[in-house]
Every structure is written in C-alpha cells, then in structure tokens.
Design a protein around this ligand. Structure first.
Ligand code: MN
Length: 459
C-alpha cells in the first residue's frame, strides 16, 4: 500500500512536520510540476514532476538554468505526494528536511516522449509551462541518484534567469515564511486560532481520516478570506455537531449574546420579533467553530438590506434515483438558459449529491420579484425540455424527471455557503468549480483532505 510513497512517509513524523501525509492521487490529463526553493542544510531548488499519481523529485543545488551550456547536478530524492506541490512552510528542527520551503514556481508540464519508458532508461525530456519557468529541459541520469539537468535549444534558450525571491503562491520571502510559521505553530499548540481559544482541540470530528476540531478551525482560518465574502453580513444558519459527523446535529440560527456575533431583529409573518445573527469577520467565523458550528448556510440578502436579495440559487441536488450524468446535463441546460437571459452564474459542488447554481444579481430586487424570476426560469427549463424537467415537486419521482428547485429563493431560506464544510462522511466541501470542470469533478469529490489539489473558480 502506498509503496511509491513509503520512503516519503517513513522519513517524516507527521505529528511534528506541517508537510502533508503521503497518499497516492489520481493523475488526470494535465501533469503538474512545481519548483520549491528549500533552505535546509543546503540551499537548493526541488523540481517535482507529476507522474502516475506522485511527484518525481530532484534537488537541484543551483536551480534550473536557461543556459544551454550548463550541466547542473540534480539529485533524485524520494517521490513526494501530489498534495506537496502547493506546500510552503517551515519544517521543524530535528525533522527530515528541517528548514524553510517556498513555492517558487508551479504549472503544467508535458513530457516530449513517453515518460514511463524514458524514465526507466534514465532520461526525461519535458516542456515546462510554469508561471516563471518555460521551455524544454532534459534530465539525464548518470550515476545512482545523480542526474544532470540541461536546457534544450528552443525559443527560451539562453534568456537571462530572473532572480525571484518571493513565493509564487503567497508572495512572501523566505524570512516572512519563517516568521509566519513559527507564529502559526505556537498558536496551534495552545489551540488558539485568530485569538480565540479552541477548547477540546484534539476532539475527533470526522473519522477516516481523523479530522479534529482544531483542524477544522485551521481550515476556516486559512480560507477565511475566501469564505467571508460569501457569509459575512448575511443571516446565518449553522449546523452544530459537538460530537462529530455520526452523532446528533442541530441548527443554530438565533442570536446568543457574545462579543463576536451581530444581532438582527426581524418581525416574522405572525408579528413576533425574533433575533437572528450574522458574523462580520474571521473572529466571528472561528468563534462559531469553537461553538461546534462546522457547516455554514446563508440567506440571499445582506442584513443591511434584508428585503432586497442579491443572489438567486438553483439547488440541483436531487436524490439517488437520478444519476450524475443527468444532473450534469441539467446543470449545462440551465447554464445555457441563464446565458441567454444574460445572467451571470457560477457553479459549486454541493458536497452532497449535486451542484448549486448561483446567480449574482447586479440590481437588487424584491423577494417577490426574485420568486417570480426564479420560478419563470424553472418553467423555461420545463417547456424547453419537457421530457427532462419539471417544476412540480410531486411529479418528479413518478415521471423520472428532475425537479428544478427554485424554492431557495424565498425570504428566510438558506443554502450552504461556498467553501463551507459539510458534516458528512469524508468532510466534503461545497466548492466553486469552473463550468468546464462540471463533467470532471464529482459533487462530493473535494474534501478537507484533498482541497489543496483543486483551484477554486473565480466567483
Ligand atoms: Mn528539498
């Protein structure tokens, strides 16, 4: 099991290092590469090329050269997991590779010949299409783990190497990476995230793989800048699950007094006043995690203008009787109709059985109007494709049609937010994807443990 990453895993103590555990991934059509600047015992650059679900890796003391006359040493090291390709951080003293790792370049590469064959023979000729590095190089093995890396003649040959000293991922220098990590490490030890003490930090919330309460707090901390634009200043409903994925869950939507949450009083249909809540910043987000809220659902309007929604949502998350192929077809049909109506939409995985399609409205409208429009769109789907879709929830099961669920567009209803975790098996995330990836990415595919392998679509 994981034999290609056995050395990688054996060399590391994952209770101490922040590096990812070694698991073999699926290699898709495009092959990734990365270069990490690594200051350890010696200063070097690690070149990693994706192949058969792992990253083949070489430590290159001087880095890659554009000079076709240079023959630089590249020492092959153990395969790294694919999840390593975006890794950046510090490896603590006494651990293997102790020092600082900066993501220096990333992108895709293409082997110019069948890599499985030439690798066995001891060479790889490849073309890099990185953000910094471009062009063709050849790696040639000459003795044991020692290889040479040589620039091939092409349009990039003999250009001057630029001296990049900052991370391609975070724009930090080596020093800044070091300082940040030591800060994060101490916080982690105390269970303090964003100034909020996480009690029971090691409590296991998800099993297989084990994900603790602190892991969840760290996930929301790291992704705060991505999730906050979608959840702050909106009425929240969170799902709390103090004992983890398989135990009792409950909804929280009412305000409770504390320094981190905002209060919004709303008069309900029957005339009674109720206090709901919202968050405005990362402290509120982490505070909710501390209180065992792991899943975040939001409404379609901002608390500053509660009667005028700015989002429209279609929930294409039907039950198991509808297969994924049909759901994907439905998503595409709906996208086409939205396009014709000149409505900008984006799509995210639900983290459950399907996808959510979200339309950002340029002009705010009333709830009544939103209801009318979304219903109308569902009806257009029904009349355009009468064999496939229905707007009548009672007809869907009998006739094997998909119900176009526009009912999330009423006041008070909420939908799971982009980047929110779901409290379900494997810790899936509701993740924004590009329309091109609808047929490639499954609704539950992106999880807390593999999220680093996916690029979010721009929302
Ligand atoms: Mn290294």
């Amino acid at each position: 099991m994981n034999s290609k990453l056995k050395t990688y895993n054996n060399k590391r103590n994952f209770n101490k290092t922040t590096e990812p555990k070694g698991k073999i991934s699926k290699t898709k059509n495009k092959l990734h590469f990365c270069v990490q600047h690594h200051i350890a015992k010696k200063d070097h650059y690690d070149l990693r090329l994706e192949s058969n679900g792992v990253l083949l890796s070489w430590a290159i003391p001087k880095g890659l050269s554009y000079n076709t006359k240079d023959k630089r040493l590249a020492v092959q090291v153990e395969n790294h997991p694919l999840s390593y390709r975006r890794y950046e951080g510090t490896i603590p003293k006494g651990e293997y590779g102790a020092g600082t790792v900066m993501l220096w370049d990333e992108g895709y590469y293409s082997p110019l010949e069948n890599i499985n064959k030439t690798y066995k023979k001891g060479y790889i000729k490849f073309k890099l299409n990185g953000k910094r590095l471009k062009g063709t190089w050849t790696l040639i093995k000459y003795k044991d783990n020692n290889w040479l890396i040589i620039k091939e003649k092409d349009e990039y040959a003999n250009i001057t190497n630029k001296k990049y000293t900052r991370s391609i991922k975070t724009n930090r220098t080596m020093k800044e990476i070091e300082n940040n990590k030591s800060h994060e490490k101490t916080s982690k030890k105390d269970g303090i995230v964003c100034g909020i003490t996480i009690t029971n930090p090691n409590k296991i919330i998800y099993k297989k793989p084990n994900i603790t309460k602190l892991d969840i707090a760290m996930y929301y901390h790291k992704n705060a800048s991505k999730i906050l634009p979608h959840i702050k200043n909106r009425l929240l409903t969170t799902i709390r699950s103090p004992e983890g994925e398989n135990s009792k869950k409950f909804f929280k939507k009412h305000f409770e007094t504390n320094p981190y949450l905002g209060k919004k009083t709303i008069t309900n249909k029957n005339g009674t006043k109720e206090n709901y809540y919202y968050i405005t910043d990362e402290k509120g987000l982490i505070y909710e995690v501390q209180n065992n809220s792991y899943e975040f659902h939001v409404g379609n309007s901002l608390i500053t203008d509660i009667n005028h929604p700015d989002t429209m949502i279609f929930d294409l998350d039907p039950d198991e009787t509808i297969n994924l192929k049909k759901i994907r077809e439905c998503v595409t049909d709906l996208q086409n109709i939205l396009k014709k109506l000149k409505l900008k939409s984006y799509i995210k995985t639900s983290g459950g059985k399907g996808y959510h399609i979200i339309v950002k409205l340029e002009n705010k409208i009333t709830w009544n109007k939103l209801k009318q429009i979304s219903k109308k769109i569902a009806e257009i789907m029904e009349t355009t494709y009468p064999d496939k879709y229905t707007t009548n929830i009672r007809k869907n099961k009998r006739k094997n049609k998909i119900f176009i669920d526009w009912l999330r567009n009423t006041k008070g209803s909420t939908t799971v937010a982009p980047y929110s975790l779901r409290i379900r098996k494997n810790a899936p995330i509701s993740y924004p994807i590009s329309w091109n990836n609808v047929n490639k990415i499954k609704p539950k595919e992106i999880t807390l443990t593999n999220i680093q392998n996916y690029k979010p679509a721009k929302l």
